[in-house]
Ligand binder design. Structure first.
Ligand SMILES: Cc1ncc(COP(=O)(O)O)c(C=O)c1O
Length: 412
C-alpha cells in the first residue's frame, strides 16, 4: 500500500456506488454463448429432478427445514462462518442453531461437527463458500451413519460438480440464490435429488412484485449503461413509474402509521439485509426471473466467471500482504467471487471503497448469539477476506479497470 497516494487520503469520498457492477447486470450479451469456451456448461442446481423457484436462498432454507419436519427441540448444525441470513430460518422453525468450526480454507471440520452433534441434531447445513465445494462424500457418509439430513447450501455455488456428481445432488436438499449468478433482482431455489417437493406449493407474489422484479432488473442494467436502446424506449414510462411509486410508498407509510402491517414489495436478500419474512415462503420467483433463468446462457456464466477468476488469481498470486483464499480453481468449480485473504484488510477495504472498487466482506458480522471464540478460523476469515467480483457481466473495459485498481491497491 502507498498511504501517500491521493486516493488513500482521508479527504477522498467513498463513491455512492461501485464504479463497475458488483452483481451481474442484464445485457444483450447475457443470452449469448461464449465462443472458444467449453461448449457445455457445468451442471447447475436447477438440473435436479425436483425444483421450486422461490424468492431467495433463505426462504429456500426455511422450506428445506420445514420439509424435513424440523421443529422445537431439534438442533440444526450451521457453519460458524456464515451469512447472517442463514440463522433466522432455523429460529423460525423453533429449532436451535449450533455452530461448527471450519478450517483456515473454510472447510467443514468433521471432528468438530461430531463434537457439536447432540441428541437433537437433525440437520447439517454445509456451505460451498465462494463456489468451492465442501467434501461432500465425507459429509454425506457422516450424515448417513447418524441418520442426519444434509442440506447443501449452494447460495455461492449455482454451478459445479464434486466427486462426479452435480453440486446440490449430494444433499437431501439444496438451496441456491439465483441472483448471485444470474442478472436478476430476486430469486432462490430449493431443489432435491432425493425427495419430491410436493409439500411446497407456490403462487405469485402479486402484480406489484412482478413489476418490481422486472423493473429493478432493467433499471440496474440501465444504471451501468446496458440495454441502451431499451432504456431510451422506456424513458417516459419509467419516469411515470417513479412518480407513481413515490405515491404508493407514501400511501404505505401512512397505512403503516395507522397500524396496518405493511408487507414489503420484495423480499430481503443478500444485497439488502439478513431479514427473514415468512410472508415469502409460498411465493414463486417472478415471471421475469423465470424467463431469464430459461434464457440466459449458462455456458457464458461459467466460462466468463472462471476466466475472470483465473485472471485475478494470476494478477494477485504472490503479492505481499495478501493471498487467494483458495490456491487453485479446480475444474468443476464456478466461482461466485474472487476471495482474497488480506493481512491489513480494513485498510485495503477502505482503499478499494474509495476507489469505487466493488467488494464483498462475506460474514463480516457473525451471528451475535455465537461465541466468537467458537471458531477462530471463522473469526479470522470474517475479518480478512475481501471478495471481488468475477461475474460474467464485467465488460472487458470494466474488468481491465478492476484489475488495474487491484494492481494498485496490492502492489507487487
Ligand atoms: C452462504 C449463504 N447462504 C444463504 C444465503 C441466503 O441467500 P439469500 O440472500 O438469497 O437469501 C446467503 C446470502 O448471502 C449466503 O451467503
Amino acid at each position: 500500500m502507498t498511504p501517500s497516494s491521493p486516493a488513500a487520503g482521508a479527504a477522498a469520498a467513498v463513491p455512492a456506488r461501485p464504479r463497475v457492477p458488483l452483481v451481474p447486470p442484464l445485457s444483450a450479451a447475457s443470452l449469448r454463448r461464449v465462443r472458444g469456451a467449453p461448449a457445455r456448461a457445468l451442471p447447475g442446481v436447477l438440473d435436479a429432478p425436483a425444483v421450486r423457484l422461490v424468492t431467495s436462498g433463505r426462504i429456500a432454507l426455511a422450506l428445506a427445514l420445514r420439509e424435513l419436519g424440523v421443529g422445537p427441540g431439534d438442533t440444526v448444525l450451521l457453519p460458524a462462518y456464515h451469512s447472517l441470513s442463514m440463522v433466522p430460518p432455523v429460529l423460525w422453525r423453533g429449532a436451535t442453531p449450533r455452530f461448527y468450526r471450519v478450517d483456515a480454507q473454510a472447510r467443514a471440520d468433521l471432528g468438530d461437527i461430531a463434537a457439536q452433534c447432540d441428541a437433537g441434531a437433525r440437520v447439517l447445513v454445509a456451505t460451498h463458500y465462494f463456489g468451492f465445494p465442501q467434501d461432500l462424500v465425507a459429509l454425506r457418509a457422516w450424515c448417513d451413519a447418524r441418520g442426519i439430513a444434509l442440506v447443501e447450501d449452494c447460495a455461492h455455488a449455482f454451478f459445479g460438480e464434486h466427486a462426479g456428481k452435480p453440486l446440490g445432488s449430494h444433499g437431501d436438499y439444496a438451496i441456491a440464490s439465483t441472483m448471485k449468478f444470474f442478472p436478476m433482482y430476486e430469486g432462490g431455489a430449493l431443489v432435491s435429488a432425493r425427495h419430491a417437493l410436493d409439500g411446497v406449493a407456490l403462487r405469485s407474489a402479486g402484480k406489484g412484485f412482478e413489476a418490481k422484479a422486472a423493473l429493478a432488473t432493467l433499471e440496474y442494467a440501465f444504471s451501468y449503461g446496458r440495454l441502451g436502446a431499451l432504456r431510451a424506449l422506456l424513458a417516459l414510462p419509467l419516469r411515470a413509474k417513479d412518480l407513481l411509486w413515490r405515491r404508493i410508498k407514501a400511501g404505505r407509510r401512512a397505512a403503516a402509521g395507522a397500524g396496518a402491517a405493511a408487507v414489503a414489495l420484495a423480499p430481503g436478500s443478500s444485497d439488502s439485509d439478513a431479514s427473514f419474512d415468512p410472508h415469502w415462503l409460498d411465493k414463486r420467483t417472478s415471471a421475469f426471473s423465470r424467463l431469464l433463468l430459461a434464457r440466459v446462457s449458462r455456458q457464458r456464466i461459467v466460462a466468463l466467471r472462471r476466466r475472470h477468476y483465473q485472471a485475478l488469481q494470476a494478477l494477485l498470486a504472490g503479492r505481499p500482504g495478501c493471498r487467494p483464499l483458495f490456491a487453485q480453481l479446480p475444474d468443476g468449480v464456478c466461482p461466485w467471487l474472487f476471495p482474497l485473504l488480506v493481512d491489513d484488510a480494513d485498510a485495503a477495504f477502505a482503499r478499494v471503497r474509495r476507489l469505487g472498487v466493488p467488494v464483498v466482506r462475506f460474514a463480516e458480522t457473525l451471528w451475535p448469539g455465537m461465541d466468537p471464540a467458537r471458531c477462530p478460523h471463522s473469526a479470522y476469515l470474517s475479518r480478512h477476506v475481501l471478495a471481488f467480483p468475477c461475474h460474467q457481466e464485467l465488460a472487458p473495459d470494466e474488468f481491465d479497470w478492476l484489475r488495474a485498481r487491484l494492481d494498485e491497491v496490492f502492489p507487487a
